[in-house]
Design a protein around this ligand. Structure first.
Ligand SMILES: [Mg+2]
Ligand SMILES: [Zn+2]
Length: 159
């Protein structure tokens, strides 16, 4: 059983580029300050890191799944090169009302449970939207609503 930090992607790991706009490639993917170090600190404290992200641009035909997968490969490599590790990324490609994985639903967390053993009582969800908090609460982990991963990490490490 491993303690886990679930992270939202847009607005936590990388800059949001605006409502109804989607990060399409690595050049547009601006990692927020302190993210690499924050992930490394969580790893060192024994947390596994699982990203859960809504990417409805795929269902809308604005983004291709290949392009998002490529971004996620590059992100994981970048974090590894910085000395940290993202254990997995689960993504909802659907539009609202089409699935059970789009946050605030908990399908992405349940997908993660198939691949990882998660100690919910010692786990957290960090996001910048109410829907992230709602999803984390429904799933049964503690939640932090923030725009700053370093600030969230400080709180988690006090635990
Ligand atoms: Mg977000
Ligand atoms: Zn979905």
């Amino acid at each position: 059983m491993l303690k886990t930090v679930f992270l939202d992607r847009d607005g936590i790991i990388n800059e949001n580029i605006g409502m109804h706009r989607y990060v399409e490639n690595w050049e547009q993917f601006r990692i927020l300050p302190g993210v690499e170090d924050s992930i490394k600190k969580l790893n060192e404290a024994g947390y596994q890191i699982i990203v859960v992200t809504n990417q409805s641009g795929i269902a809308r035909g604005i983004l291709s799944k290949e392009c998002v997968d490529d971004l996620h490969r590059r992100l994981r490599t970048h974090i590894e090169q910085s000395g940290g590790k993202i254990d997995a990324i689960y993504m909802c490609p659907h539009k609202e009302g089409e699935c059970n994985c789009r946050k605030p639903q908990i399908g992405l967390f349940l997908q993660a449970e198939r691949d990882f053993i998660i100690d919910k009582k010692r786990s957290w969800m960090v996001g910048d939207s109410e829907t992230d908090v709602e999803a984390g609460e429904s799933y049964g982990v503690r939640t932090i609503l923030t725009k700053s991963l370093p600030a969230a990490v400080e709180r988690i490490l006090e635990d």
